[in-house]
Ligand binder design. Sequence first.
Ligand code: ADP
Length: 496
Amino acid sequence: MTPTVDLAQITAATFADARYGIFINNEWRSAQDGKTFTVENPATGDVLMTIPDAGAADAQAAIDAAYAALPAWSALPAGQRADMLRKVAALMLERRERLATIMTLEQGKPLAEARGEITYAASFLTWFAGEAERVYGQIVPANTPNKRILVLRQPVGVCALITPWNFPAAMLTRKLGPALAAGCTAICKPAEQTPLSALELGHLFVEAGFPPGVVNIIPASNPIPFSNAIFDDERVRKISFTGSTEVGRILITNSAKTIKRMSLELGGNAPFIVFDDADLTAAVRGAITSKFRNSGQTCICANRIFVQRGIYERFAEAFTREVAGMKVGNGLLPDSNIGPLIDLPARDKVQRHVENALAHGAQLLTGGTPLPAEANPTRTFWTPTVLANASTDMLVAQEETFGPVAPLIPFDDEEQAITWANDTPFGLSAYFFTRDVSRVFRVAERLEFGIIGANDALPSTAQAPFGGVKQSGLGREGGSVGIDEYLEVKYLALGI
Ligand code: ADP
C-alpha cells in the first residue's frame, strides 16, 4: 500500500513564505529588465515558483558586488571565515527537511536521497572550514646566503561557480566551501532547472552573518548572458564548472579571452567490473547503489557493468531480482526508490539507448519501458532496466546513458576488462569488486580514472580529492587539495 501523502499540500506549504530573487549584496532583487522564469516539478509538471530571470546587467551587478566585497573578506582572519562556514553547515542540518523537500520538488530525486545530499553538502562547508585554517606558506632555502624565499598562498579573487541540476546543493557547496575558505568571493550560477535549492541556501548565508557581496546567486533561464559577462570581465579570475563535457569545452575556449583559472568536473562513462572472486552480495548491492542513485543521473554512475563469465549468471539473476523490486514514483512518496528523469530529452536518450541495445542483440531482463501513462504525468518516469549480454559497441556503452539502465557485459579475463574499461575518452570514476588484494592494486593502478571504488560503490566524500582525467575534467574538488584550486601561489624573494 502506498502511504497517503498530500503532495499538493506539501508543495504549497514549502513555498508559502518563500522569497527568492537574484541574490546580490545580501538583497533579493528583480531582474533589471523585469524578466522572470518558472521552475517546474519534473514529477508533475506543476509550476513551483516564478522567479527573476537574470540577464547580462544582473551578472555585471553581481561581479561588481563580489569584487567590492573581496578586500575585506580576504583580509578576515581565516578562523572567522571558518566559523561562518560552520554556521551555515549547522543551519543546513537544522533545516535539512525543508532543504531536502525543495530539492525533491524541483529535481525529482527521492526524499531520502535529498536528505542525504543535504548532509553531504553541509560536510563540504565543515571540511573546508578546517582547511581555511591550514593555508600554510613555506620558507625555502635560497640560492645565495643573502636571500630568503617566502612562498605565500593567496585567494585567487572573484570566482564564478556554475553548477548542474543533478546535485543542486552538494555541487554548490563543494565549490563555495573552498572558495570562501580561501578568501575568495563568489558568483554562483545554479542550473536553470534547479535554482531554488541554491537560492534557499542564500538565506542561510545571510543568517550566518556573511557580509554583503561575498556570496551572490544568479538564477537565469539562459546561461549565455551570464557566461558572456563573466568571461569578458577581467575581475573574475576563476571559473569552476560542473556539467557536460560539451559545455566544458566551450568554457575552456571562452577562458582564453581573459586567461582565467579553470576547474572542470565533466562527464563520465564509469565501468563497474565484477570479477569471478567478488563477494556476490556486496557486488550486487554496490551495482544497485552506483547505477540507480538519482535515477542513474550522476556523473559517477556505473554506466557499463562488466561481469566475468564465472559469476555472470548468478550476478545477473540476483541483480535483476533487486532491480525488479524497485519502486518508481514521485520522490516525495516514502517508498519511491526511483524518481522521474529531469526532462523529456533525458527520457528520450534512455529510450534510444535501450532500443539500440535490443536491436543489437541484448536481452531485456527487467524494465525497458516508461511507466504506464496514468502513473506518468510528465512522461519522464522510466522503469529500472537490466539488459543482458550487452556489448561495448552499443550506445549504452559508448555514451553516458544518465538514466536507470544497467547493461551487463560479460568478459573473459582481467586484461580484457581493463582494456574495455579504459576504452573511453572519459576518466572520472571506475569501480571493481574482487576479494584478491593483489588484484585490487594491479587493477586500480591500470584504470585510467580519477576515482576508483574497489569494493566500494560510494567513494565520494569531502575528505577525498574528487575529479577526473582525460575528457572528464581539470582539477580536484574536496580533500586537502580542493582549496588549492582557489589559491594563487606567490613568492617573495627577500634580500637581507
Ligand atoms: P547538463 O547536461 O547536466 O544539463 P550542462 O553542461 O548543459 O549540463 O549545464 C550545466 C550548467 O552549465 C548549468 O548551470 C547550465 O546553465 C550551465 N551552462 C550551460 N551552457 C553554458 C555556457 N555556454 N556558459 C556557461 N554556463 C553554461
